[in-house]
Design a protein around this ligand. Structure first.
Ligand SMILES: *Cc1c(COP(=O)(O)O)cnc(C)c1O
Length: 357
């Protein structure tokens, strides 16, 4: 990759983040962005780190009509040793290539794109907040940009990376969430695009999410789109059920997003000697196992919240309370372990961290 770097003159920098600054998730962006273009024949070209700014697109741009849009979400952290680190960043770039293949879009070079992202974060390091639990959220995105309203895959693509400083997700402490089992709408179907981090999945989840919120729930628990019997995910997180000695999560079946946090939870739990099963999870079984006390904790996993405790499940108009709506010990221990590794406060036996500077 022939990476050009067009830095902003010192006087035009926005000033980074200040200690104690209120950070509204995903609203403020750092000074620079990375961008490259794809054309058939040439491949990826015009790779540049430049000022974060608006770009213009034709109203006919294909991604605005047919949804060839994929993205990733990862974070950079200020570590205990004073350095800035990524958490499993190359996994996100490998995953965007999996999304790309399904959406008929070109793959990026994982190592070269990682290096461009590293240079971007290094350049904008004043935007990686220092406050406890804060981080720089990084959003790689790819869109099909042919100015053509004909239903086919775009020829030309734009790939870019933008960065947004974010605060501690649980500013008021981790409160267990209330979720409702969704039996009318589905998020994804077998053979569809559920495993791909593509815009359509999120658009499809908005109405059910809004209806659930109006009833006082934080998230929707999605069931499979074929039998509406097996648990898939919760909101945009993967879901785990903790039994006394076993941890169970839904098997990746093509309609579930293969979370990197999910994989990290599985590896950590196994390293602790906990048996982890990835299998189809029947909602009826879940409900009866919570009622009988066999399931002792339920939590979601994802980059934004890391681990999110579930305190209540509403199923067919009945509220079923989990662990007295308290955060379980196992959930808390996992959160501490994962964030400990991310912030360089704990050892990283899995080699998940890479350094930015
Ligand atoms: C991104 C995402 C997740 C979590 O993936 P992580 O890699 O752990 O952040 C889970 N489900 C959906 C639908 C997602 O979009």
């Amino acid at each position: 990759m022939d990476l050009k770097i067009e830095t902003i003159p010192e006087g035009e920098l926005k000033g980074g983040v200040k200690p104690g600054q209120d950070l509204d998730f995903g609203k403020d962006f750092s000074d620079h962005m990375f961008q490259m273009r794809y054309s058939p024949g040439t491949g990826w070209h015009d790779a540049v780190i430049k000022k974060y700014e608006d770009f213009t697109l034709s109203p006919a741009t294909m991604c605005l009509h047919y949804g060839q849009l994929i993205f990733e979400g990862l974070k950079a952290y200020h570590r205990a040793d004073g350095k800035i680190g990524f958490f499993r960043a190359k996994e996100n770039l490998k995953r965007i290539n999996v999304s790309a293949e399904r959406m008929c879009m070109p793959a990026v070079d994982v190592d070269e794109t990682y290096e461009a992202m590293r240079r971007l974060v290094e350049l904008d390091k004043d935007w990686v907040p220092h406050d406890e639990g804060s981080s720089l959220y990084i959003r790689p995105t790819m869109i099909g940009v042919d100015p053509l309203i004909r239903l086919k895959a775009s020829d030309e693509y734009l790939f870019y990376i933008i960065c947004s400083p974010v605060g501690l997700y649980y500013a008021n402490g981790m409160t267990p969430t209330k979720i409702i089992v969704e039996e009318e709408y589905v998020r994804a179907v077998r053979g569809g695009v559920g495993f791909s981090k593509t815009a359509a999945n999120y658009a499809a989840s908005m109405l059910p999410g809004k209806l659930a919120a109006a009833k006082g729930f934080d998230q929707v628990l999605w069931l499979d789109g074929v039998e509406q019997r097996y648990v898939e995910e919760v909101g945009s997180m993967n879901i785990f059920f903790k039994y006394k000695d076993t941890l169970i999560t839904s098997a990746l079946n093509g309609s579930i997003l293969p979370g990197i946090t999910r994989d990290s939870v599985i590896q950590i739990a196994r390293s602790w000697g906990v048996e982890v099963k990835e299998e189809p999870v029947d909602i009826q079984q879940v409900v009866s196992d919570i009622r009988s006390g066999k399931i002792v904790e339920v939590f979601g996993s994802g980059t934004a919240a890391v681990i999110s405790s579930v305190g209540l499940l509403c199923y067919r108009d009945e509220d079923i309370v989990i662990n007295d709506q308290q955060i379980g010990d196992f959930t808390m221990k996992l959160y501490d372990e994962l964030t400990g590794i991310q912030y360089g406060k704990k050892e990283d036996p899995f080699d998940w961290t890479t350094l930015v500077d």
